[in-house]
Design a protein around this ligand. Structure first.
Ligand SMILES: [Zn+2]
Length: 151
């Protein structure tokens, strides 16, 4: 084997490795993840490092009623999974809600909180969805929910 050939085959091995190391981020979810990073930055929170080390998938989650989840891993990147059935029937704000909720777990390390205000509305988008506080995420309430999320 001559040196030139050896160098060429090493190049192929190197490029194969770097391709495998690239984290999968679903292209439909990406704009919402970018938006999360921007909203965090507006509130003085830098999440860019955590976001860069995150995987995001949209597929058919077999568990009925699960819109999304965050998988915490100790030896591999955290991973967000969103159910494609939920995704396809949701509008922009609903998509943002579920992505931001899962990023709340995966990036901000937040846990569920089902507290409600005097009107019965959930005080945070980190509500579990299994109790009786009313989710009230609208164009009007969005800002205050995001302030709460990143505070
Ligand atoms: Zn959750």
């Amino acid at each position: 084997m001559n040196v030139k050939y050896l160098f060429f085959s090493m190049l192929i091995i190197l490029s194969a490795c770097s391709k495998e190391d690239e984290l999968h981020v679903d292209s439909y979810m990406k704009p919402y993840i970018d938006r999360f990073e921007k909203e965090a930055k507006l509130r003085g929170v830098d999440v860019s490092g955590r976001i860069a080390n995150l995987e995001a998938y949209i597929f058919d989650i077999p568990d009925n009623g699960v819109a999304g989840l965050c998988r915490h891993n100790t030896d591999s990147p955290n991973r967000i999974e969103i159910d494609i059935v939920y995704w396809n029937k949701s509008n922009d704000l609903e998509k943002e809600y579920v992505v931001f909720h899962e990023l709340g777990h995966c990036v901000l390390d937040r846990v569920h909180n089902d507290e409600k205000d005097a009107q019965g509305n959930c005080v945070t988008i980190m509500q579990s969805g299994t109790t009786n506080c009313i989710p009230n995420y609208t164009e009007e309430t969005r800002e205050s929910y995001l302030d709460e999320l990143f505070e």
